[in-house]
Each structure stands twice: as C-alpha cells, then as structure tokens.
Ligand binder design. Structure first.
Ligand SMILES: C[S@@+](CC[C@H](N)C(=O)[O-])C[C@H]1O[C@@H](n2cnc3c(N)ncnc32)[C@H](O)[C@@H]1O
Length: 272
C-alpha cells in the first residue's frame, strides 16, 4: 500500500513524484541524445515531467487539486529561471498558497467547493423550522421560521450564502480558519447583504455545536472520526450531521443522498 507507507506530508510526496519522473524523462532524453543524437526540446521534456508527476502523484495518494500544480511546476520553474523572475514573486505566490491552503498540510483538509447541485440537495434536506426533523422534501409546510445551520470549514462561503438566500427565515453560520478564503467569504457576504448569515474566523473544533439543527462538513477523511465524536457529544437530539463525500469508519450513516452531479457526490446523514 503506497499510501500507508509514504510520508503523510503531501509536499514530500509531490516532490518525490517530480524527482522520480524528472529522473526518468531527463535520463531517457540524455540516452536519446547520446544514442541517436536526437534532442527533444527542453519545454517538451518539462511538460512530460509535469504529466508524469501528476499521474505518479495521484498514485502516491495526492488529492486531485495537486494535479494542476504538478502539471505546471517544472515548466513554471524553468520559465522563471530563464526569464529571471524576481524572487519576491515566489514569496508572494507562496504566501497566497499558504493563506488559502492553511489547513491542508496540518489537518489534511484542502479547499474545494460544494457545487450548485450539492447546495440544492442541501437546501432540500434542511428542516423547515428549528428542532423539526422534517425536511423540505418531506414537508409542505414552507413558512415556519428558524432552522439553524453551520458549515464547518465554510471556505468561500458558497453553501451558507446560497442556503441563506433560499431560506430567508433560517440562520446560517460559516466557520473557517484559512485567512484568505475567510476574507473572500466575508467580502461576498458584504456584497450579498444577507442579514441571516454569520461568518466566524477560527477553528470549528473549538466551536460548540449545540445550537444547530443541521451541521454540514465537506472536509476530508482525516478529521471525520473526531468530528463525529464531537457531534455525538454536542449536537442536540434530532439534529442532523451531514458530511459531503466522507463517511465515518465504524459509524454507518443513517441515510445517504446521491447528488446528480458529474463528480457523483454522496452526502452522508446522521440523525443525532
Ligand atoms: C473542502 S473545503 C469546503 C468549503 C465549503 N464548506 C464548501 O463546501 O464549499 C474545506 C474547508 O474547511 C476549512 N477547514 C479545514 N479545517 C478547518 C478547521 N479545523 N476549522 C475551520 N476551517 C477548517 C479549509 O480551510 C477549507 O476552506
């Protein structure tokens, strides 16, 4: 099992994939140059290295969002070196990546977003009023106020903003600890002008879940067991925990909902 024996740090796996593919691609190129005096263009070799590293990186268990990084990294470094791009640009790019992917290295949770089909499925799952177990699809009762919803790791705020528009009587809280996504979500909220959304900057693990009727998480396999324990301890009886894509080993969901989207999203639902 490659994934279990390799270092957990994705950066090391990405570098290993680049080095292994680079060795094969440039080793073969030198062989060709010596044997049949064929000299493939440098940029073609770098592009090949990028493709190889993306494929190998996936085999090493890297998340999908590494694919574009692996593809462009060798060519980007070569272009930067050939054009003598100033060093501070790398520092700025690095800082931006750190501010966006704040939780990726430590918590194993990168930034990817719930798509519109998933947000629509969530909207249909929301109870119509606080403390009610009835979902929108189960209930025709549309005008009772008050469902309380939290998105743990709210990213750019898509789910809370979308749901708040669809359910003006509900209360929607997003909690996010990565600085740049939080800032962008905050700006989106200012422009949207929705009074029923609250965005909190911080770690959801130190935020109580007792007040919510529905808690939504789109994280990764890593935090799910701890999150499930936290939900079991803190969420009130009858409330709903929904996880996008990631289930909890040893705790089968009470229900699953398959979303009709291209990535075949599955929502896991646990009634507390
Ligand atoms: C996969 S994204 C989901 C974003 C959003 N919920 C959505 O569905 O569009 C996961 C988000 O959780 C954030 N995150 C990860 N661990 C966190 C933590 N312990 N506290 C707060 N946010 C966290 C990440 O920074 C990232 O923005």
């Amino acid at each position: 099992m490659i994934q279990a024996t390799w270092p957990r740090l994705p950066l090391l796996r990405a570098l290993a994939a680049q080095m292994a593919t680079g060795a094969v691609v440039f080793g073969s190129a030198f062989g060709l140059a010596a044997g049949v005096e064929l000299r493939p263009p440098l940029m073609a070799l770098l592009a090949l290295q990028g493709i190889g590293a993306a494929v190998l990186g996936a085999r090493f268990g890297l998340a999908q969002w590494w694919i574009p990084i692996q593809l462009v990294l060798p060519s980007a470094l070569a272009v930067a070196w050939l054009w003598q791009v100033p060093e501070w640009i790398f520092l700025v790019l690095f800082m931006i990546l750190v501010l966006v992917f704040w939780n990726s290295a430590r918590g194993g949770v990168p930034l990817y977003l719930s798509n519109p089909q998933t947000r629509a499925a969530l909207a249909a799952l929301l109870p119509q009023e606080a403390g009610s177990g009835e979902t929108a699809t189960e209930s025709k009762n549309k005008n009772k106020p008050g469902v309380r919803f939290a998105d743990l790791g709210s990213g750019l705020g898509g789910p809370v903003l979308d749901l708040a528009r669809r359910h003006p009587d509900g209360h929607f809280t997003g909690i996010e600890s990565a600085p740049l996504p939080f800032a962008l979500a905050w700006l989106r909220l200012r422009f949207a002008g929705l009074a029923n959304v609250k965005l909190l900057f911080g770690d959801y693990r130190s935020h109580g879940l007792g007040e919510y009727d529905v808690v939504y998480a789109f994280l990764s396999p890593v935090p799910m067991p701890d999150l499930f324990d936290k939900a079991k301890h803190e969420m009130k009886s009858g409330s709903l925990l929904i996880s996008n894509t990631f289930d909890v080993p040893g705790h089968p969901a009470d229900e699953t909902v398959d979303v009709a989207d291209r990535r075949q999203t599955r929502l896991y639902l646990w009634r507390m």
